[in-house]
Design a protein around this ligand. Structure first.
Ligand code: INI
Length: 187
């Protein structure tokens, strides 16, 4: 690669100005999900989001998260949604069904609607593992999800900007393309 080959980079910043966020929170294992929610709200507030820009939707369990996230996304008011849940492995196969379906459903919700849906659903073997990830040893996954929401919301806005007359696939930051000198036709 030559030194002059520096393609444009497109990133989302962590600035919430003008963006709107939705959080879908499962009540099941609320001891964990409330801590994840607090972490996510901390991150959004740190990015400058106000309460007016932020909406919380409560659902009974993680299995219900995808439908609520999709309906929220279809309302076209959110720039990003954070899906918050906690699935703990029990003695039956229930864990696999709930964990698998919430992951699949969240991915479908964002792919079907084009609105980023950040996956903040813990899938842990033990309550201790979940506690570690909800603010103890493993940090707070809710806070990480809040940052991801800020970045993806901004990135999605940027990628939606008009692509007219741009040589790049995103259409952003159009710079005049260098004009190649025309070869003169010899007569
Ligand atoms: N929901 C969770 O969010 N976490 C769990 O660990 C869990 N377990 O273990 O059962 C759970 N079950 C409820 C499920 O999400 C639905 O709310 C329920 O099946 C009704 O559809």
């Amino acid at each position: 690669m030559t030194e002059s080959f520096r393609p444009r980079e497109i990133r989302g910043t962590l600035d919430a100005a003008g963006l709107r966020f939705g959080l879908v929170v499962s009540r099941f294992n609320s001891f964990i999900t409330e801590r994840l929610l607090a972490g996510a709200l901390d991150a959004l507030e740190g990015g400058g989001a106000s309460a007016q820009q932020t909406e919380i939707v409560r659902v009974p369990g993680s299995f219900e998260i995808p439908l609520a996230a999709k309906k929220l996304a279809l309302g076209r008011r959110c720039d990003a949604i954070i899906a918050i849940g906690c699935v703990l492995r029990g003695e039956t196969a229930h864990f696999d069904y709930v964990a698998g379906e919430v992951a699949r459903g969240v991915q479908l919700a964002q792919m079907d609607t084009g609105v980023p849906v950040i996956f903040c659903v813990l899938t842990c073997d033990t309550l201790e593992q979940a506690i570690d990830r909800a603010g103890l040893k493993g940090g707070n996954k809710g806070w990480e999800a809040g940052l991801a929401a800020l970045e993806m919301a901004r990135l999605s806005r940027r990628l939606r900007e008009p692509a007219a007359a741009s040589p790049s696939c995103s259409g952003l930051q159009v710079q005049p393309a260098p004009v190649a000198p025309r070869a003169r036709k010899r007569r």
